[in-house]
Design a binder for this molecule. Structure first.
Ligand code: ATP
Length: 199
């Protein structure tokens, strides 16, 4: 599996559609200060489901939408598509290529798609998780992140190792299941109350 391409439109400084193709192996993106290099890694984080504006170097999530320049008006929607080559089937889907898209409108509305089909963020997270790629898998180390890892407390470091080892996925599923059980219990109690009232 490798990152095959990235397409940005209306994302941060990329007002127009920008398409980048990558080959397996090392890729280096170079450019003058402020030319948008970090915006590209922000786009990768964002399309993988990042929910924190701070992690994307903004104040609010809306800051990812191109906000205009001296020559251009702001746009109403940001869209990023990341294509992964899956010919080795590391990702648990039948496709040889997996395109993940995230779209966000200025109204705050968001959409996620896998190979052009609408899906939930959870579906993307589930597909990516065992691959070692994903917003919490530390596959993207941004500026300043390395320092925070080195200075982290033992329990934070443990969380990092659990994420890398794939344990966190099961913890999240367990928590999700526990929430469902709790909600079912509440429904059951309510149903019993109603049944008692009727009989
Ligand atoms: P450096 O080498 O200094 O780290 P860089 O190449 O990584 O720079 P970025 O931080 O990716 O540059 O890009 C910064 C530029 O992106 C700034 O000019 C900033 O105004 C612009 N920018 C960020 N968000 C938006 C937005 N929502 N709309 C328009 N421009 C934006």
């Amino acid at each position: 599996m490798y990152l095959k391409s990235l397409t940005l439109k209306g994302f941060k400084s990329f007002a127009d559609r920008a398409h980048m193709s990558f080959e397996p192996g090392l890729t280096v993106i170079v450019g003058p200060n402020g030319s948008g290099k970090s915006n590209i890694s922000d786009a990768i984080l964002w399309v993988l489901g990042e929910q924190s504006a701070k992690q994307l170097r903004g104040q609010a999530m809306e800051d990812v939408i191109f906000s205009g320049s001296s020559a251009r008006k702001p746009v109403g929607v940001a869209e990023v598509t990341l294509v992964l080559d899956n010919s080795d089937h590391v990702l648990p889907v039948d496709f040889n290529e997996v395109a993940i898209t995230r779209r966000m409108y200025r109204s705050g509305e968001s959409e996620y798609l896998i190979n052009q089909s609408p899906c939930r963020l959870m579906d993307i997270q589930d597909i990516l998780h065992d691959s070692g790629l994903g917003k919490d898998t530390h596959s993207i180390i941004s500026q300043g992140k390395l320092d925070s890892i080195l200075q982290s407390r033992p329990e934070e470091r443990r969380a990092l190792i659990e994420e890398a080892a794939g344990i966190s996925k099961h913890k999240r599923r367990k928590e999700r299941a526990a929430r469902k059980i709790k909600s079912m219990d509440e429904h059951l109690t309510r149903a019993r109350d109603i049944s008692r009232e009727i009989t």
